[in-house]
Design a protein around this ligand. Structure first.
Ligand SMILES: [Zn+2]
Length: 199
């Protein structure tokens, strides 16, 4: 077992806590930074502080944003009548890689899970209802994950939102059941959007 000087060991330990980083990658990154100029390390440290200090939640869709309104919500070229509902901000990336969706988003920040004690009141649903009441939205695509929790959330939202007027659809299940949108490739995600069904 290799022995590391304490600060180096601490850095390696921190990297290993990140998703997808094992012992070897953690060591490689740590030694790379050790050799790199001080400015490189400072830039990295500053970037880490900035995501904690300079980001907020979009008041419109709850996406992560560097201002009151996020880049998607302030884009006039996007279809403001079409809304894609997702569980977490990173799920936007899966939908965006398809290059076929030009609407806006609504991030719930979770899914209904009785087992974990998460009910609809803990999700960002009120803002969604408010957006529909403003009357601009014609269709809502429920793109919660294909898990028990994601399905339960989609069913709950369909029942709640359909009486309010907009068309409510659910993405098709080309995505493996029990997985996260994050792991869907562009083609699968694209087809899931295309083949969405009425709720
Ligand atoms: Zn937004």
């Amino acid at each position: 077992m290799a022995e590391f000087a304490e600060p180096l060991l601490r850095l390696i330990t921190e990297f290993k806590r990140l998703p997808g980083i094992g012992q070897k990658s953690a060591q490689r990154i740590a030694f790379h930074l050790l050799r790199a100029p001080r400015e490189d390390a400072e830039r990295l440290a500053q970037a880490l502080f900035d995501i904690k200090d300079k980001l907020t939640i979009c008041t419109e869709c709850n996406n992560i944003s560097d201002g009151e309104i996020c880049v998607y919500c302030r884009d006039p070229h996007r279809d403001h009548g079409l809304l894609c509902v997702i569980e977490e901000p990173h799920n936007i990336l899966a939908v965006e890689t398809t290059n076929t969706f030009r609407g806006l988003y609504h991030v719930l920040h979770g899914a209904i899970s009785p087992l974990r004690g998460i009910g609809p009141e803990q999700l960002k649903i009120k803002g969604l209802v408010d957006r529909i009441h403003r009357g601009e939205i014609q269709e809502i695509i429920l793109a919660t994950n294909p898990t028990v929790e994601g399905e339960a959330t989609a069913v709950y939202l369909a029942r709640l939102l359909k009486p309010l007027g907009p068309r409510v659809t659910r993405i098709a299940m080309g995505i493996p059941v029990g997985s996260d949108l994050e792991f869907a490739d562009e083609v699968t995600m694209s087809r899931s959007l295309e083949n969405r069904r009425e709720m």
